[in-house]
Design a protein around this ligand. Sequence first.
Ligand SMILES: NC(=O)c1ccc[n+]([C@@H]2O[C@H](COP(=O)([O-])OP(=O)(O)OC[C@H]3O[C@@H](n4cnc5c(N)ncnc54)[C@H](OP(=O)(O)O)[C@@H]3O)[C@@H](O)[C@H]2O)c1
Length: 265
Amino acid sequence: MSEIKGSVFWITGASSGIGEATALAAAKQGARLVLSARRKEELERVKKATGLAEEEVLVLPLDMEKPAEIQPAVDAVLAKFGRIDILFNNAGVSQRSSVLDTRMEVFERIMTLNYLAVVALTKAVLPVMIRQNSGHLLVTSSISGKLGSPMRAGYCGSKHALHGFFDALRSEVYDHNIRVLVVCPGYIKTDVSINALASDGGKHGKMDDNQNQGISAEVCAEKILQGIRRNRDEIYIGGKEVMGVYLKRFFPGLLNRIVRKQAPK
Ligand SMILES: NC(=O)c1ccc[n+]([C@@H]2O[C@H](COP(=O)([O-])OP(=O)(O)OC[C@H]3O[C@@H](n4cnc5c(N)ncnc54)[C@H](OP(=O)(O)O)[C@@H]3O)[C@@H](O)[C@H]2O)c1
């Protein structure tokens, strides 16, 4: 089980939404923070909101789609704090477009950011945690990582891939005292649908009703920290959409009929 108090807690996608809320909640519980995303000014805003002292927080801009930036980022965290206790792989992008219409580059971009970049950062941090003989690896999957939903096939594929990777990794690192938590949010009220990619790679640009009516990023963040403290392997966070996970497991035919009705005609 990881202690949040006093930990060095690195969050990607910390400039908004779930990552930002998790940063604020972890700071309240006594974590030292590394805040990563592309937008430095937003990270500075989050840093200020945490109220942490200069020596307790590092703003570390990082474009996860640029693999060359990953090892220097790990080195920068070690130069500041000398260790990494919790890595929260949270940066990601969603999609709102049909398979037929979506350009191949869009599928590639989603897979690069949501899956391959997560693998690369995790691989770069792993030797540090093995040396420490402790660590906690988190990743934000989605309820869409447990079942398929229309207009986001590329996103679903990228999130499903995370489960295979982290379930396998969990078994490999257990004896190094490294724990793995896969976080599966349902509908959380963030900018995720606004930032989602459209068929041509542009932004969807709209707040979806489901997100708008979703639970707050703050509630989501509390449940993520609880998942760390309780040493859970996988958690589902949301409203009734979470039922989909259990329908898929026990009544897959019924779930398929429900999902089919959600597809645009
Ligand atoms: N909200 C939901 O309903 C929901 C449900 C299930 C799963 N999720 C997952 O939750 C995670 C966080 O999303 P959110 O809901 O908080 O949405 P969000 O507000 O759009 O946050 C996405 C974050 O990812 C960062 N990011 C995007 N591209 C990046 C890149 N190339 N390099 C580094 N950082 C990048 C963004 O920062 P910059 O733009 O500054 O780089 C931002 O901080 C995502 O993995 C998403 O798939 C969300």
